[in-house]
Design a protein around this ligand. Structure first.
Ligand SMILES: Nc1ncnc2c1ncn2[C@@H]1O[C@H](COP(=O)(O)OP(=O)(O)OP(=O)(O)O)[C@@H](O)[C@H]1O
Ligand SMILES: [Mg+2]
Length: 254
């Protein structure tokens, strides 16, 4: 299903490639400054870095929610820079928001079936909800509205991304709002998905437990790619603080 393009040599190696991505606010403040990176196929990539560093913005650029001012994005060798979120979703990119959206009138089952693009059998829904630590019977017919807690809605959104089962799944701080007890289960879900799914998981996270299971860690800071490499290489530097955060960044060093 890989598209043919001028970067055919990348196929099977680098699934996603960003070249010199820039994005600024209307007032001219640069949020992403010349970010270039390559993401391989079938890996678990964790993007981390201080609050406000540009991680969510970068994820939105990849998903097609915002367009870079300059730079190019290639997916499976195809230039997708001009493609919108729907076109990118069709190509196999899915995105779970840091702050999930609620869908009044839709039930959890509707949402999962929409994500999967087909009707789901009871056991499939059960498995998906089970993976994110929700008991199927309590949730399957619940409306995805304000009555769901922040943690519940976040888990449901993670389940929709798992249901989509795309080549690139982006999760923005999946741990946010999820209690400590369920968090260990969530880490196991990502480990399991990583082994089973034929695709790449890109997780934005500040959590050491998630950083530990990464095949590769990318550090984004002040809108730039600060560091990247294996978890073995990067994690000790983050833990020892050798990247010396500014005092105002310290709250982000979870
Ligand atoms: N639409 C916008 N309007 C104003 N400022 C914005 C907008 N989008 C992003 N920013 C600013 O850009 C910077 C980067 O934001 P971004 O959400 O990408 O950071 P982040 O690395 O995801 O941070 P966190 O770890 O807190 O989630 C922040 O200073 C943020 O306030
Ligand atoms: Mg963010």
């Amino acid at each position: 299903m890989a598209a043919k393009g001028i970067f055919k040599e990348m196929e099977g190696k680098k699934m996603l490639r960003l070249e010199n991505i820039n994005w600024s606010l209307e007032d001219g403040r640069e949020i992403l400054n010349n970010v270039s990176l390559e993401i391989p196929d079938n890996k678990l990539i964790v993007i981390t870095g201080p609050n406000g560093g540009g991680k969510t913005t970068l994820a939105k650029v990849v998903a097609g929610l915002i367009s870079p001012e300059s730079g190019k994005i290639f997916f499976d060798g195809q230039d997708i820079t001009g493609k919108d979120i729907t076109e990118r979703a069709k190509l196999g990119i899915s995105y779970a928001f840091q702050q999930p959206v609620r869908f009044k009138g839709l039930t959890v089952r509707d949402l999962l079936e929409l994500a999967a693009g087909r009707e789901l059998k009871q056991p499939e829904i059960c498995e998906l909800l089970g993976k994110v630590g929700l008991c199927k019977n309590d949730y399957i017919d619940r409306e995805v509205n304000a009555s769901l807690s922040g943690g519940e809605i976040k888990r449901i959104e993670i389940a929709t991304v798992l249901a989509r089962n795309t080549k690139l799944s982006i999760f923005d701080e999946p741990e946010a709002g999820i209690d400590l007890w369920s968090f260990a289960g969530l880490v196991d879900v990502f480990k399991e998905v990583k082994d089973k799914v034929n695709g790449t998981l890109m997780i934005i996270s500040h959590q050491e437990r998630i950083l530990e299971i990464a095949d590769e860690i990318i550090v984004i800071s002040k809108g730039q790619l600060e560091d990247s490499g294996s978890a073995q290489d990067i994690l000790p530097k983050l833990i020892s603080g050798s990247r010396t955060p500014r005092p105002c960044e310290r709250g982000a060093q979870a």
